[in-house]
Write a protein that binds this ligand. Structure first.
Ligand code: SF4
Length: 306
């Protein structure tokens, strides 16, 4: 079926079924033709909890759909392609998070939202890449001298650099996509594009972060590009962000810092999958109620901090 025909079918079907489609900005850009909202994982889940739609089709990866389900237990949450996992979230399971906590009894655990529901349920508070520093700072203000951080040790290191007064003990997880970029590539880019601004996601290696003009989450990087007047931006995060920036701001130049910055997990969902998801209610994401309640509490504590 041609894309235009598929898009029409999906848009018609989602109205008939009272569904909304949420797309993460690392998805293939054609998904935006059917998406009601495009954004980062937590922002999308929060939108999902406010909608009147009965069905949420989450074009992203599994932990994102789970977060939407945690915040919207009475809605049907669908993941169009069930292969859409996350290597970082899969690096820590229930047994591993329990062992991590047991090694450091009494130390609060901060959990990046890029984790499964059962891991979120074990933590004291969640964070995103945009607010990790503020979340850890809030624990310091409450008297904590050290915190545990999971699963991303690179986001943990970035927070540690910014918060020298508290000890951050990081779990050894990482995002393989963001680690593919090496400092030499940024150095070469700086020579080739002297006036360009270098924007880096904190999931990257600290040696790459050091070379940045701006460090921020996906949304913060996109906002920086929108609100500043530079001509050229070199972006060290997933390719989907650059695809959307090029489309939305054609008067500016956006360069992906490395062609290796592609998350293959994020590219599974296709328009065909979304159509099938709506037609057959597949693949429904569920979270066991006790786990959901605990994970919700960790997410809510983070939201209340804002
Ligand atoms: S970019 Fe990294 S953290 Fe995000 S979904 Fe892909 S593997 Fe997971």
């Amino acid at each position: 079926m041609a894309n235009t025909e598929l898009i029409e079918k999906i848009n018609k079907l989602k109205k008939e079924k009272n569904a909304i489609i949420l797309a993460h900005c690392y998805q293939n850009p054609e998904i935006d033709f059917v998406a009601d909202y495009v954004g980062d994982s937590l922002g999308l889940s929060r939108l999902a909890s406010k909608t009147d739609a009965e069905i949420i089709v989450f074009a992203g990866v599994y932990f994102m759909a789970e977060t939407a389900k945690i915040l919207s237990p009475n809605k049907t949450v669908l993941l169009p392609n069930k292969n859409s996992g996350c290597n970082m979230a899969d690096m820590i399971n229930l047994k591993q998070v329990k062992e991590f906590k047991e090694k450091h009894p009494g130390t609060p655990l901060v959990c990046y939202v890029n984790s499964t529901a059962e891991v979120k349920a074990q933590c004291d508070i969640c964070c995103t890449s945009a607010n990790a520093i503020n979340v850890i700072k809030s624990l310091y203000m409450q008297g904590a001298k050290k915190v545990l951080f999971a699963p991303d040790c690179y986001l943990g290191s970035y927070a540690q650099k910014n918060l020298p007064d508290i000890e951050i003990i990081s779990y050894p997880g990482y995002c393989p996509t963001h680690l593919r970029i090496i400092p030499d590539e940024i150095v070469k880019m700086k020579i080739m594009y002297k006036d360009a601004k270098i924007l880096v996601h904190p999931e990257c290696h600290q040696e790459v972060v050091k070379l940045a003009d701006f460090v921020g989450s996906t949304t913060q990087i996109m906002q920086y590009c929108e609100s500043t007047k530079h001509k050229t931006y070199i972006i060290a995060t997933e390719k989907g962000v650059v695809d959307r920036l090029k489309r939305d701001f054609p008067e500016k130049e956006f360069i992906l810092a490395s062609s290796k910055l592609v998350c293959h997990n994020m590219k599974w969902n296709t328009l065909d999958d979304i159509l099938n998801s709506l037609l057959h209610n597949q693949h429904e994401v569920t979270v066991e109620e006790e786990i959901r309640q605990k994970a919700l509490s960790s997410i809510q504590k983070m939201i209340e901090l804002k």
